[in-house]
Ligand binder design. Structure first.
Ligand code: SAH
Length: 351
């Protein structure tokens, strides 16, 4: 079942309203003190009342909330109008601001071997409102908190789902955020398993905002990657290297907006030889940055994290090639909110 968007319902309810009315409606959604259509004072009274009765102010509702013991990570389980559950995460970042991790789908069709979301399969893609409102949800959550300076500075598409198989809704949500908040496109990251046809389209799309792109690589060996990332197409690595070349050509100095992600799995992709192979592949791609992510355990999966000594060794090999490498800090693993742990099954410590 497709859930009608707010814009669609607005159009049906007020077919003769001039275009500026919808623009006012969208602006109101992001006004800190607006609590519902009833408080949109630029609307005539009748319009306010009809909108209040017929158009949801929020497309998602809070089902349950979890907070990590260190209080740096919060996870909200949200429910859609058709009663599906999905997750969104709020993380304190190094600059004492917050990063929101959003989902683009309920579940995921990609079935990466080490990821909890993949194991639940794809229920459906989220529509533009359901993506947009994850940011609005956390904004209004933070407004209720005592710290007055609590600001969301970044958004990452690293929750449930593969954003590039839902690209129109993802793009629309990003455009709304960029338009209606102070979060600029370079503070938004779209993480993809590497959906090449959609990636090709991004290069051609003049309306695609200049967000950061993160590509989940996990192996620089075609055969090995096919084992852990089953959506890997034949000759993926060659095609990706070619895509990176075109990305640099077309987007020029925006090269630094490209990152590779690499989840380190003990005995699978973490040897010094594999690091060497990865470094050579990154060089071939014009040296995008590398983020290594220690594997977060997922129940029922046969994988374990590499120990820190191994991770250090791996990073050293990369660094010797003059490649910028960052190890992503594990956050929220005690509430199953860390990368790859999002799945709406049994949940720990509820608040
Ligand atoms: N579908 C997108 C977004 C997924 S989640 C993508 O594939 O990029 C964001 C990151 O978390 C991806 O790099 C993903 O591979 C990684 N990830 C998945 N499961 C993980 C796990 N168990 N431990 C650590 N990282 C994981």
């Amino acid at each position: 079942m497709a859930i009608a968007t707010r814009q669609h319902r607005f159009g049906e309810l007020f077919p003769s309203a001039p275009a500026f009315r919808w623009r006012q409606a969208e602006a109101a959604l992001f006004q800190p003190d607006a609590k519902g259509w009833g408080s949109v004072s630029v609307f005539p009274k009748a319009m306010r009342e009809e909108a209040e009765a017929k158009i949801p102010w929020m497309s998602v509702a809070l089902d349950r909330m979890f907070e990590s013991r260190d209080q740096e990570t919060l996870k909200a389980v949200l429910s859609t109008e058709d009663h599906l559950l999905f997750e969104t995460v709020l993380m304190g970042n190094a600059r004492e601001q917050w990063t929101v991790c959003v989902s683009s789908q309920v579940g995921c069709a990609m079935r990466c071997a080490f990821c909890a979301t993949g194991a639940m399969g794809l229920k459906r893609s989220l529509n533009e409102d359901e993506i947009t409102d994850q940011l609005r949800f956390w904004q209004s959550f933070l407004r209720e908190r005592p710290e007055a300076d609590a600001r969301i500075s970044n958004v990452v598409f690293m929750g449930m789902g593969e954003p590039l198989t839902n690209v129109d809704n993802v793009k629309q949500a990003i455009r709304t955020w960029v338009d209606k908040t102070d979060i600029g496109p370079t503070h938004i990251t779209v993480s993809t398993v590497g959906v090449l046809p959609a990636m090709d389209q991004l290069l051609e799309d003049k309306d695609w905002p200049s967000v950061r792109i993160a590509i989940s690589l996990h192996s620089a060996d075609q055969t090995e990657r096919e084992k852990i990332v089953p959506s890997t197409v034949p000759h993926f690595l060659d095609k990706l290297a070619d895509w990176c070349r075109r990305y640099r050509q077309i987007l020029g100095n925006r090269r630094h907006h490209l990152t590779f992600e690499y989840t380190l799995i003990s005995g699978v992709n973490d040897t010094p030889e594999q690091a060497e192979m990865l470094a050579r592949f990154i060089e071939r791609c014009g040296k995008p940055k590398l983020n290594v992510i220690p594997l977060n355990p997922v129940s029922g999966k046969p994988f374990t994290a590499s120990d820190q000594k191994r991770i250090e060794l791996f990073k050293q090999v990369i660094l010797r090639h003059g490649i910028d490498v960052m190890q992503r800090r594990t956050m929220g693993d005690d509430i199953a909110a860390a990368c790859g742990q999002l799945a709406t099954g049994e949940q720990p410590h509820m608040i």
